[in-house]
Design a protein around this ligand. Sequence first.
Ligand code: ADP
Ligand code: GN1
Ligand code: MG
Length: 365
Amino acid sequence: MCDVQTILKSFISDKFISSVPYGEGHINDTYAVTFESNSGDRYRMLLQRINHTVFTDPLGLMNNIDGVTKFLKKKIIAAGGDENRETLTVIPTKTGELFYHHSDGTYWRVYIFIEDAITYQSSRNQQDFYNCGVCFGNFQLMLSDFDTNALIETIADFHNTVKRFEALKLAISQDQAGRLKDVQPEVDFALEREKYTGAIIEMLETGKIPYRVTHNDTKLNNMMIDNATGVGICVIDLDTVMPGAACYDFGDSIRFGASTAAEDETDLDKVSMDLELFEVFAKGYLSVSKGFLTPAEVESLAIGAKIMTFECGIRFLTDYLNGDNYFKIHREHHNLDRCRTQFKLVADMEQKMSQMQEIVRKNSL
Ligand code: ADP
Ligand code: GN1
Ligand code: MG
């Protein structure tokens, strides 16, 4: 790993004070870096190593983020908001590039550090999750007139569940890490549900629901909550902003935030999809989005929750079978534990689907 201080000199001239690893993301390496200005004031910046194995076109990726954040800034300013807190701000290198490409092959970027706000791994209370729905709904609303053609697909077929399933079948047939023998119940669970996989992609491809600019990774911890007001102020982690289905974003938020347990909980008795939390989020999200969603999109939201959860489960299982190459792991069998929570949630959502549909309908009127 190259020296963080050397990299930072390409972006910022102020005195470097310290750098600490930061956050709990599964993909990028993140650092909170403290500087001191000439006048002695201390401030922080956020440094990230872009995972270029996952994001193979860092320039295209950063152009997406630059375009989207500049577009959002205009809207935030017009609404009287704070453009440096309500969206990410890319700090270019001293020579004007959106990232720094180190001679060791790594890619680095710097954002303004959003202070007095925090990301949570789970909601502290129902209001947090309601605010999360409002925040991600607003994000889709603000980008509803952004030209989708201006965005590259930073990860091809990211939420194409059919292709994700094909990748799982390949992993099963290859059994690269020799783990297939230990995961037969999970493999059976997935194979029994192959029929689900086309549900969203077919609606998009047949034009039943429109392509929108979506975030595609709408976990609670990708939204910053203001310490003073408790309100969701900024959607972060914009690497996967791409054209997609509104229900991807709704669904991924439910997958993560409406669960009664952490994504990697090992006691599956603790894992279920909480209908009350589902309704709280639906209320927040629909309070903003019912104005622009089509009836078919509204109908797709609850299904989106089930499919996004299933898709995430098969991605964890695929990575486990392949030997943990994609998601960062912090213990043995971490990806298998994650897969199991997702499948438990899917089974629970299957039981609760009609109630989920009813909640969405009620709150979309
Ligand atoms: P990953 O793709 O690995 O999930 P994120 O972009 O979500 O990486 O960043 C990881 C964590 O760093 C976030 O959950 C959040 O806590 C923190 N973070 C990210 N961007 C900022 C920012 N601009 N200001 C303050 N904290 C941030
Ligand atoms: C990854 O980067 P992070 O931790 O916000 C992943 C998501 C998964 C999520 C599961 C680019 O998100 O797709 O849903 O882990 N991001 C990418 O927690 O693959
Ligand atoms: Mg993240």
